[in-house]
Design a binder for this molecule. Structure first.
Ligand SMILES: Cc1cc2nc3c(=O)[nH]c(=O)nc-3n(C[C@H](O)[C@H](O)[C@H](O)COP(=O)(O)O)c2cc1C
Length: 384
């Protein structure tokens, strides 16, 4: 069983992720396999000054020897360079600790809900962990998942298809490459330029923007996930994983919203069989998932991000110390996180698929996993 936990505050010394259950024998190198994704998460037009301070690197501190996983837990640290600027208010030790309370809570952030949950009188105690800086640790875990998925031919990619009211069509596999060169990770050049302009306009108005990321996995074998129990349905697991990304408020599997407004005759993917491809479908509107099980097509979903809540022109809120109305607290912030969020969405989809693949194909070693996946691929093309 593959599982992971992350730890660390946004302005603390470092983020940590522990990944348990990675099969032994996986070639894993931080600079080659993890750092490129950490860099992709830091990029994107609309990010704030924090990304100029940080230069994320993964430090593997457990579970790997001589460039290969040992089957023991893989531990990875990602340093927060900004910690230097926060040593006093984020000090770990008690002696000499001085805090500057945050009490003018930001509407839409976890400030107030976190204070109410843990009985804090300082929103910083909540916001430091609620902050999406934590997603750097998830991207590191996602990179390990992707490295494992590559062994069985699964590749996860993404593109931005909406920022504010600027939309782009969902790109096909060939068009997806263009997203990597776009400052907003959008595969359509013209929409990309309009998205940049929309972000700039929001910035000069002291405002923020949300949008939509498309995330897709190619090469997913049929049979991952299960309809036999509610909590093993892969569509549900993907929806949860994507919705757990800070500021994602809706997840759509395949063309779900269009389907909800259509007739059944125009929605369902028709299966076919031929000796070359085996079982396949004429279309892939269902996002490669039926009954919570992968059906052999690309698995795809849309993650809808709300506009982030820290506004340069703050919203009217309250001061929790006085109960009086006040402008919300402001601290250095992004304007639009959808391009970075798309990279986090890739990591989360990769993670869920890796968990499902290890669950289905098992094995203590990568070669056992590969063998089981190859055998399953052979068996699933045959007529029955
Ligand atoms: C990559 C990424 C970066 C983010 N950066 C910020 C930020 O700079 N300022 C902010 O207010 N929210 C930011 N957010 C969103 C908040 O973390 C999120 O809105 C907050 O934790 C409350 O959670 P919720 O929106 O899911 O309810 C970011 C989200 C992501 C995915």
């Amino acid at each position: 069983m593959l599982r992971m936990l992350t730890a660390g505050e946004s302005h603390g010394p470092a983020l940590t992720v522990v990944i348990d259950g990675v099969p032994a024998g996986l070639r894993l190198d931080a600079a080659r396999d993890i750092d490129p994704d950490l860099r992709r998460r830091q990029g994107g037009h609309g990010r704030g000054k924090r990304q100029q301070i940080e230069e994320d690197h993964a430090h593997i501190t457990g579970g790997v020897r001589g460039g290969r996983t040992l089957g023991s837990p893989v531990a990875i640290g990602v340093e927060n360079r900004d910690w230097e600027n926060w040593r006093v208010p984020m000090q770990i030790e008690e002696a000499g600790f001085r805090r500057k309370r945050v009490t003018r809570v930001r509407p839409g952030h976890a400030d107030l809900a976190g204070m109410l949950k843990f009985s804090f009188d300082d929103a910083r105690d909540a916001l430091e962990r609620a902050s999406a800086r934590e997603t750097a640790a998830r991207v590191a875990a996602g990179a390990v998942a992707r490295t494992l998925l590559r062994e069985i031919g699964i590749v996860v990619r993404s593109a931005v298809v909406r920022i504010g009211d600027v939309t782009a069509a969902i790109p096909d596999a060939e068009q997806l490459a263009a997203a990597e060169a776009s400052p907003v990770r959008c595969a359509d050049t013209s929409a990309s330029q309009r998205m940049v302009a929309a972000i700039d306009a929001a910035r000069s108005d002291g405002d923020t923007l949300g949008g939509t990321a498309y995330v897709v996995a190619h090469g997913v074998p049929a049979g991952l996930g299960s309809y036999t129990q509610w909590d093993r349905r892969l569509d549900g697991l993907i929806a949860q994983a994507l919705c757990s990304i800070p500021s994602v408020k809706a997840v759509e599997i395949g063309d779900a919203v269009v389907a909800a407004a259509s007739r059944g005759s125009s929605v369902h993917d028709l299966p076919r069989w031929d000796s070359e491809r085996g079982f396949h479908h004429l279309t892939n509107r269902q996002g490669g998932l039926t009954g919570g099980v992968s059906d052999g097509e690309d698995v795809w979903a849309l993650a809808h991000f709300k506009p982030i809540s820290t506004l340069l022109s703050p919203l009217r809120s309250i001061d929790t110390a006085t109960g009086e109305e006040a402008n919300a607290h402001y601290e250095r912030s992004d304007i639009c996180v959808v391009p970075a969020g798309a990279v986090v969405a890739e990591a989360m989809l990769a993670w869920v698929l890796a968990v499902a693949a290890v669950d289905k194909f098992g094995g203590d070693t990568v070669s056992e996993l590969r063998r089981a996946a190859a055998e399953h691929a052979r068996a699933s093309t045959a007529l029955r």
